[in-house]
Design a protein around this ligand. Structure first.
Ligand code: SDX
Length: 382
């Protein structure tokens, strides 16, 4: 029998796939999608271009992008029965649970052989990228007692989501800022939800079950759920003075409590996406005015750098994203669903890559229990 490999908690540093989708160098804060630096993609591309790049491996030509965007627009609508499913859910439930339910339901309406049929695989990817924003916006409307707003056929992917929330077409600055935020969250190599997508996809189940599973993984507070908690955490820090923020951070660290929005399994420096999100926040502040919470966030970042910077604990993508989303008028409990709206492209890119050279995931284990125990009948158990 092959020599047992050592157990590594959380599979930290253990390669789980051969991939060409996303490259991260955590020591220097480098992030690339299909070989392109995130800074270049954030500055020059739309989310539609980035989704195309992730799924098909190359940046689209104008013709390819126009066709891809038209396919996304054509698939934005929801089956009325899926809207009915959303209407049956408790309005107090978390939007990530509503998204999981609705995406899983899609699999019942769009059956097909995504493994053998490349055209069906492509259509499934289009449907998921196109419909996830509509599901999130529809849920937000329904839980408030309003009818869902029909997706626009004119607006881009990012602007259409903001439009579906309240029926108002966002301005150019808000549209562009949100579009870049989607690009920043679109992919990030072997994170927990993407690994989930690959594991579930390796069983050859349908893409809707894969994405519903990944949504579940993303919703956890140690992963995508952190962005919502960062804002809640910062809003409790009512005294932005350096002394008060430092005391707060020292108390939490002393109690070994995780400070949301900080730390990362891979980055040992500040997450490059956090830096770009700070720039986006500034763009919004220039247009809509600043927010006191941003000053608190900056002070906490300075204090954390002094306290735990030597341990490689710096802001991650979730630290500033909530401040941008709040300024865009997005409700706090939609922050993680917005993460899913972006990340669905990355999940699908990894699913398609997994299917190209698939072997079902089935890792081993380190046995720490008892074996070959003597059975004692119930009547004889003391
Ligand atoms: C995302 O993987 C990805 O790529 C994810 C993501 C993506 O795009 O998909 O980047 C998105 O999920 C970002 C992370 C969002 N989560 C949070 O902000 C939650 C807070 N962060 C931590 O829970 C933590 O940093 C993790 C979960 C992100 C990483 O956890 P690890 O790598 O398992 O690190 P660890 O928990 O083992 O911590 C190592 C040490 C510990 O101290 P010691 O016991 O060694 O003394 O660092 C400390 C931890 O206490 N530490 C923190 C901390 N993060 C790590 N201490 C305080 N606050 C923190 N946030």
């Amino acid at each position: 029998m092959a020599e047992a490999l050592p157990y590594v908690p959380g599979l930290a540093g253990v390669p789980a796939a051969r991939t060409s989708v996303c490259l991260i160098d955590g020591e220097v804060g480098k992030l690339e999608y299909r070989g392109y630096p995130i800074e270049v993609l954030a500055e020059h591309c739309t989310y539609e271009e980035v989704a195309y790049l992730l799924i098909f491996g190359a940046l689209p030509t104008k013709t390819q992008l126009d066709a891809f965007s038209a396919e996304l627009v054509a698939e934005r609508g929801l089956k009325f029965r899926i809207v009915d499913v959303l209407k049956t859910l408790p309005e107090s439930g978390h939007p990530m649970d509503a998204l999981t339910a609705a995406v899983a339901t899609m699999g019942m309406f769009y059956p097909g052989d995504h493994v053998a049929d490349p055209d069906f695989r492509r259509l499934s990817a289009i449907r998921l990228i196109a419909k996830v924003p509509t599901i999130v916006a529809a849920w937000d409307r329904i839980r408030r007692g309003d009818d869902p707003i029909k997706p626009s056929t004119e607006l881009g992917h990012a602007a259409n989501f903001l439009y579906m929330l309240d029926g108002n077409e966002p301005g150019p600055v808000a549209s562009r800022v949100f579009d870049v935020a989607l690009t920043l969250h679109a992919e990030h190599s072997m994170n927990a939800s993407t690994f989930t997508a690959r594991v579930v996809g390796s069983t050859l189940t349908d893409p809707y079950a894969v994405v519903a599973s990944a949504v579940g993984a993303l919703s956890g507070p140690l992963h995508g759920g952190a962005n919502e908690r960062v804002l809640e955490m910062l809003s409790k820090l009512d005294d932005p003075s350096a002394a008060s923020v430092r005391r707060w951070a020292e108390d939490r660290l002393a109690r070994k409590e995780k400070i949301m929005g900080f730390g990362h399994r891979v980055y040992r420096v500040k997450d490059p996406r956090a830096t770009i999100l700070q720039g986006l926040a500034q763009e919004l502040f220039d247009q809509k005015g600043s927010t006191p919470i941003y000053a608190v966030a900056g002070e906490l970042e300075r204090q954390m750098s002094e306290l735990v910077g030597d341990k490689g604990i710096y802001p991650n993508v979730d630290y500033y994203s909530g401040i941008v989303y709040q300024k865009l008028g997005i409700p706090t409990d939609l922050f993680t669903p917005v993460f899913a709206i972006a990340r669905v492209a990355g999940w699908l890119a990894h699913l398609l890559e997994q299917l190209e050279d698939n072997r079902i995931y089935r890792p081993s284990q380190v046995w720490v229990g008892e074996a070959d125990r003597a059975f004692v009948p119930l009547s004889d158990r003391g």
